[in-house]
Ligand binder design. Structure first.
Ligand code: KIV
Ligand code: ZN
Length: 525
C-alpha cells in the first residue's frame, strides 16, 4: 500500500484524465432533471474537484440543455467543457454553438458501430456509419480544436470495423477516441483484450487520447475502466456517485481513489482530482439530483469509513492501518469546526462560506444570509454541514422558473385524518392556496399542493435524514414521485421535516413542468 501519493514524481504519460459526465449521462438517470442553476452549481464543484473535462449536456435535445451548456461554457474556467452531438450536421453545429464561449470547448460526437444498433436503431449499413462518423468529426473540427469521437456500443461491435471507423475519425481530426461499454456488458479481461487488439489494428490511436466509458449494468463499470487504463486508455469517463443511465456509469470518485491508493501497483498512473473535494461533490450531486447514496457505497457511502465491530474499532485506535486503506481526510471527510449561531452576522457567514470554498455574489450572499437567520432562529447552532446544505438549497430556489412554497400548516393526532394547508407562489408571483387530507401528514401536504396547482403526483419513494446529528438537526427530505406517468425526484432542507417534505415534492413537480416544456419545445430528437 502506498500513502506517499503526493510525493511521487508525476509522469505526464501516466496521467489519466477524468471526464465527468454527471451533467449529461448522469442526468439521463430516471427522475433527474436539473435546471441551469443547479447544473452550474454542480459544474463549479466539478471544477473545484479538478476534473479535466466536464460534459455539460446534449445541446440539441432541448433549449434548456443548450442554455445550460452555454452558461457553463461561459462561466466555468480552466476546464474543458464538452457538448454531446450525434454524428449529424444539426447536432454538431448546435453543440459547437453551445461550447463556443469556452476557450476549452469540446464537441463530443458519436455513432453506434455494433450490428444490432446499426440494423435496428440506425438502419444504416457499415459504409454509411463510417461516412457519418467521418463527416461529423470533420465538421466538428472545423468549429473547435478539441473533438472527441465515440463508437457507441463498441464492446459489442466487430473490432475490425471499430478500428476502421476510429482510423477515419482520427484522420479527420478527432483528438480523443472514446470506447464505450454502452450496455455494461463486457468483462475486464475481455475489455483489456478488445482495446489491445484495437490499438494493434489502428496504430494512429497512439497519436490521440484513448478514452473509456463504462456502464454498470453488471456492476463492472469501475473494474472495466481500470482494465481500460491498464490497456493504455488515458481518459476515464464517469459520474459522481456513479449515477447515470440504468445502473449508472463508472463512479469517478472510486476511479480516483483506486489510482491514489494503488498508484505504485498501477505503474504510477495518476489523475489530477483534488480528492478532498470528493465528499462535498458527492453530497451536492446527491442533494440536487435527489439520488440517495447507498450507505455502503465505496468512498462516499455513510459507512465507508465507519468501523462497527469492537475488534475493528480497537485495531483502528491502536493503528489506523490495521483496517483502513484510505484516510477519511483524503476524501474530505475531516470534521470542519465552523459553528455559527443566531448572533452571527453577515460577515461571519461570508467568512465561513469562503472557508468552505463558496464564491457567492452580493445577491446570493444576501439570500443565503436571510435563510441562515431564519434557520438559526429556529435551530440554534449551525455547523459547516448545515451551511453547505442551506447554501446549496438556497442557491437553487426555483423562483424564476418554478413554484415556491410560501407557507404550510399541518394538523395531526386526536384520531382525525392529518390535514394540511399550503400556499404556493407561481413564477408570476401569484399565490395559490390548497388543502388536503391524507393517510399521513406527508400525503396530506402532497394533496394540498396538488389542489393548489392542479397536479397529481404519487409518492414512490420517501427518505428523511438529518444533515448533522443532534436533536435540533436540520432535516433533509427526498422524494421520488410518479407525475403523469413519469418519474421525478426532489429534495428539500428545513428545520421542520414536514416543510422539507413539501419543498421536496414541489421541486419534483417543478422538474415535471420543466420536462413537459422541454417536450413541447423539443427539436425533434
Ligand atoms: O454509453 C454511451 O455509449 C454514451 C456515448 C454517448 C458516449 O454515453
Ligand atoms: Zn453512456
Amino acid at each position: 500500500m502506498t500513502t506517499s501519493h503526493d510525493e511521487q514524481v508525476r509522469d505526464e504519460s501516466a496521467r489519466v484524465k477524468i471526464f465527468d459526465t454527471t451533467l449529461r449521462d448522469g442526468e439521463q438517470a430516471p427522475g433527474i432533471t436539473l435546471n441551469t442553476r443547479e447544473k452550474l452549481e454542480i459544474a463549479h464543484q466539478l471544477r473545484r474537484l479538478g476534473v479535466d473535462v466536464m460534459e455539460a449536456g446534449f445541446p440539441i435535445t432541448s433549449p434548456g440543455d443548450f442554455e445550460a451548456v452555454r452558461e457553463i461554457a461561459r462561466e466555468v474556467e480552466g476546464v474543458t467543457i464538452a457538448g454531446l452531438a450525434r454524428a449529424n450536421e444539426k447536432d454538431v453545429t448546435r453543440a459547437g454553438e453551445a461550447v463556443r464561449e469556452s476557450p476549452l470547448g469540446r464537441i463530443h460526437t458519436f455513432i453506434a458501430t455494433s450490428d444490432i444498433h446499426m440494423t435496428h436503431k440506425l438502419r444504416m449499413d457499415r459504409a454509411k456509419v463510417l461516412a457519418a462518423a467521418v463527416d461529423a468529426v470533420r465538421l466538428a473540427r472545423s468549429i473547435v480544436d478539441d473533438v472527441e469521437f465515440s463508437c457507441e456500443d463498441a464492446t459489442r461491435s466487430d473490432v475490425t470495423f471499430v478500428a476502421e471507423v476510429v482510423a477515419g475519425a482520427i484522420e479527420n481530426g478527432a483528438t480523443t477516441i472514446n470506447i464505450p461499454d454502452t450496455v455494461g456488458y463486457t468483462m475486464p479481461v475481455e475489455f483489456h483484450a478488445f482495446l489491445t487488439e484495437l490499438r494493434r489494428l489502428c496504430p494512429s490511436l497512439d497519436d490521440v487520447t484513448l478514452s473509456v466509458h463504462c456502464h454498470n449494468d453488471l456492476g463492472l463499470a469501475v473494474a472495466n475502466s481500470l482494465a481500460g487504463v491498464l490497456a493504455g486508455a488515458r481518459q476515464v469517463e464517469g459520474c459522481v456517485n456513479g449515477i447515470g443511465e440504468r445502473a449508472g456509469n463508472a463512479s469517478i470518485e472510486e476511479v480516483a481513489m483506486i489510482l491514489r491508493t494503488r498508484a505504485e501497483d498501477l505503474g504510477g498512473l495518476w489523475c489530477n482530482l483534488d480528492t478532498t473535494e470528493i465528499t462535498r461533490a458527492s453530497r451536492l450531486v446527491s442533494r440536487l439530483t435527489g439520488y440517495v447514496v447507498q450507505p455502503n457505497k465505496a468512498i462516499v457511502g455513510r459507512n465507508a469509513f465507519a468501523h462497527e465491530a469492537g475488534i475493528h474499532q480497537h485495531g483502528v485506535l491502536a493503528n489506523p492501518l490495521t483496517y483502513e486503506i484510505m484516510d477519511a481526510t483524503s476524501v474530505g471527510l475531516a470534521q470542519n469546526s465552523i459553528v455559527l449561531g443566531k448572533h452571527s452576522g453577515r460577515h461571519a457567514l461570508a467568512h465561513a462560506l469562503t472557508d468552505l470554498g463558496y464564491e457567492l455574489g452580493k445577491d446570493e450572499l444576501n439570500a443565503a444570509f436571510a435563510r441562515f437567520k431564519d434557520v438559526a432562529d429556529r435551530k440554534g447552532a449551525i455547523s459547516a454541514a448545515d451551511i453547505e446544505a442551506l447554501v446549496s438549497d438556497e442557491m437553487r430556489t426555483e423562483g424564476v422558473d418554478g413554484y415556491v412554497l410560501e407557507e404550510t400548516a399541518v394538523s395531526t393526532g386526536g384520531g382525525a385524518a392529518p390535514h394540511a394547508t399550503v400556499t404556493v407562489v407561481d413564477p408570476d408571483g401569484e399565490k395559490h392556496r390548497g388543502e388536503g387530507d391524507g393517510d399521513g401528514p406527508v400525503n396530506a401536504l402532497m394533496q394540498a399542493i396538488d389542489e393548489a396547482i392542479g397536479t397529481h403526483g404519487t409518492l414512490l419513494e420517501y427518505h428523511v435524514s438529518a444533515v448533522t446529528g443532534g436533536h435540533d438537526a436540520l432535516g433533509e427530505a427526498r422524494v421520488v414521485c410518479d407525475i403523469d406517468g413519469r418519474t421525478f425526484s426532489g429534495q428539500g432542507v428545513s428545520p421542520d421535516v414536514l416543510e422539507a417534505s413539501a419543498i421536496a415534492y414541489l421541486r419534483a413537480v417543478n422538474a415535471s413542468r420543466r420536462a413537459e416544456e422541454a417536450d413541447v419545445t423539443d427539436q425533434g430528437v
